[in-house]
Design a protein around this ligand. Structure first.
Ligand SMILES: Nc1ncnc2c1ncn2[C@@H]1O[C@H](COP(=O)(O)OP(=O)(O)OP(=O)(O)O)[C@@H](O)[C@H]1O
Ligand SMILES: [Mg+2]
Length: 338
């Protein structure tokens, strides 16, 4: 099969490249979009700051690149406290977590990314830390060993995950604030792109920002990646001016799909059309045929396809909605249906 090659999912190196040099929002005001979520978090942080207390624990979930880590940093900034950042898999032993917890200053934020990947025994240490601000540690060995309860400063745990389903119920229920980040609307994303363009010194037309936003899968990280490539284009070809014309040319040159679909998205859709006439097809079968693991399909690719209305979940598996099938057949297989 001959697939187009639009923009790929970002790997960690891309992530570092982009986020290391780009403009990063530091305050709620710079964090554009997600208005409802932002309003809530602003209220909670303001109230906690007025009471001079640590903010309650926050669990943020949603697809990659939507701004979970950024929000955690903003919360710490707005509370005027420090933040310690780690990831679930990094905390291999309970001692690692106890060391970090006992080093936290009052009201400080501990951000644990990929919190669904914590080892069970490490996760259990978090329970009492979150609830009672204490941890129980065993000191000594053998008959002389005794359990000591170590008090902690009140702190805020912010957990982030792309996979809420994998978080155990005891952990999930210990977060008193649980919020989901959703894909951005094109309008909000266009504003983020416009904001970034100012920091990258590109003269970007507002209409061109909207074009980029439509190809960005509702995801700021992808929008920023595309914008950096457009900057190269504008710099070499158009005196740093990115108008509609230049952006259209650049997107075409970069082989970026008008709706931001990746080659894997297209492969998923093509497989569903050619091998299952639109479905239903089981997730595992689909994953095996596309050559990705089921979890990645479910958490990385499927949410956007579902949002576009191209895939739906049914009791018998994934399927392309009946109404969308003719359009997708026409677009990807070049074959009209009756
Ligand atoms: N609302 C926003 N306004 C402006 N920039 C944003 C916004 N949300 C995210 N960004 C930018 O998008 C990029 C990705 O954000 P971030 O790293 O916070 O995503 P994430 O949800 O933590 O992703 P992952 O799940 O992969 O860890 C960053 O460069 C960040 O500055
Ligand atoms: Mg993150």
């Amino acid at each position: 099969m001959d697939f187009e090659k639009p923009i790929e999912m970002l790997n960690l190196a891309d992530k570092a490249e982009i986020e290391g040099q780009d403009f990063q929002p530091k305050k709620f005001n710079d964090y554009l979009g997600q208005q409802e979520l932002k309003d809530k978090l602003m209220l909670y942080t303001k109230a906690a700051a007025l009471r001079n207390e640590a903010l309650d624990h926050v669990l943020l979930f949603g697809p990659p690149g939507l701004g979970k880590t950024t929000l955690a940093q903003i919360i710490a900034n707005e509370m005027n406290v420090g933040i310690k950042i780690c990831t679930g898999p990094m905390l291999e032993r309970t001692g690692d977590l106890v060391a970090i917890l006992s080093s936290l200053e009052p009201k400080e934020v501990l951000f644990i990314d990929e919190i669904h990947r914590l080892a069970t025994n490490v996760e259990e240490v978090l329970y009492s830390a979150m609830e009672q601000f204490k941890v129980d540690v065993i000191i000594g060995q053998g008959v002389g060993a005794k359990s000591v309860s170590l008090p902690l400063n009140p702190f805020t745990l912010i957990g982030a995950t792309t996979k809420t389903g994998l978080i155990s119920a005891p952990l999930r229920t210990r977060f008193s604030i649980t919020e989901r980040l959703d894909f951005y609307t094109s309008k909000d994303l266009a504003q983020i792109i416009y904001q970034s363009s100012k920091h990258l010194n590109i003269n970007l037309a507002e209409s061109a920002a909207l074009m980029i936003s439509k190809a960005s899968r509702g995801t700021p990280r992808i929008a920023k990646k595309i914008l950096r490539r457009i900057r190269d284009f504008a710099q070499i070809n158009n005196n740093n001016i990115a108008d509609d014309n230049l952006v259209a040319q650049a997107l075409h040159f970069l082989n970026i799909d008008q709706e931001g679909l990746t080659s894997v998205d297209i492969m998923i859709l093509k497989t569903m059309i050619t091998s299952f006439d639109g479905g239903p097809v089981g997730l595992e079968t689909l994953a095996a045929m596309v050559g990705e693991d089921a979890e990645t399909i479910e958490n990385v690719y499927e949410p956007y396809l579902m949002r576009q209305g191209y895939i739906e979940k049914t009791a018998r598996g994934r399927q392309i909605p009946y109404k969308t099938l003719p359009y997708l057949k026409n677009r990807f297989i070049g074959q009209k249906t009756i």
